[in-house]
Design a protein around this ligand. Sequence first.
Ligand SMILES: NC(=O)c1ccc[n+]([C@@H]2O[C@H](COP(=O)([O-])OP(=O)(O)OC[C@H]3O[C@@H](n4cnc5c(N)ncnc54)[C@H](O)[C@@H]3O)[C@@H](O)[C@H]2O)c1
Length: 267
Amino acid sequence: MSNNLLAGKRGVISGALNEQSIAWKVAEKCVEQGATIVLTNAPVAMRMGEIKGLSERLNAEVISCDATNMEDLNNLFSRSQEILGGKLDFVLHSIGMSVNVRKGKHYTDLNHEWTKQTMDISAMSFHKMMQVLYKQDAMADWGSIVGLTYMAAQRVFPDYNEMADAKAMLESIGRSFGYHFGVKNHVRVNTISQSPTWTTAGSGVKGFKEFFDYAQKMSPLGNAPAEACADYCISLFSDFTRFVTMQNLFHDGGFSNMGMNPAVLGL
Ligand SMILES: NC(=O)c1ccc[n+]([C@@H]2O[C@H](COP(=O)([O-])OP(=O)(O)OC[C@H]3O[C@@H](n4cnc5c(N)ncnc54)[C@H](O)[C@@H]3O)[C@@H](O)[C@H]2O)c1
């Protein structure tokens, strides 16, 4: 159902790989709420092709961009402003990847070259995006930038591996840039710390099913699904959250504040 919360707004959504992607749901809901958007993903994801169907359905252009590449990012945000006809009201960073996780490398035996890649793709790309947006003066006054993160930034989830360190960095970048963007032109920057979610990135983590089930039981509201995460993103892109900035916002059914839930112990 649409309330036209984003009527007249322009935005860029990264990270829609397939129907399971959190960004996929965000893109759908942005358009449903009256926004016009540009979709973007890494060249390799574009070759997989599913994003084309979404782009046609939402009447949204797709721009190929490796989020670690400054030239690509400069092109992404200048082209997006041309296509959408003005400055951007919102941007979603929904990007994460770890070669160590993919290849089953243990945290005590990391390949540090791959770790550098993880940090670049999963954390520094958030800074790179914002630096380009800042220098191009591409964000409209009172705009909103959101990054997606996970609670392993605060607590230990051993199989999340070095992605935990990347998420800690991502959240810190959100706070630091939130200051500079706020002072510049009232742009807010927040991260959403989402429940475990069945996506390509999520299910790549070892023991994901068991952990998903555990978090489901532990959270009084259950795990937050991708659709609900998209709703939360919409609220942060809307004018109803204009003074929320530099926050890491838990969207996890209450998981992060639980100590023990009898349901987990079968009581
Ligand atoms: N799935 C979960 O359990 C969960 C929980 C909390 C947070 N998150 C975060 O949500 C975000 C989105 O992940 P998702 O779960 O929707 O999975 P996903 O696999 O659908 O999305 C990850 C995206 O990152 C993109 N990407 C990878 N390298 C890139 C690069 N160099 N340049 C541009 N894009 C690149 C991929 O193409 C993909 O679209 C990630 O930041 C992830 O860490 C996921």
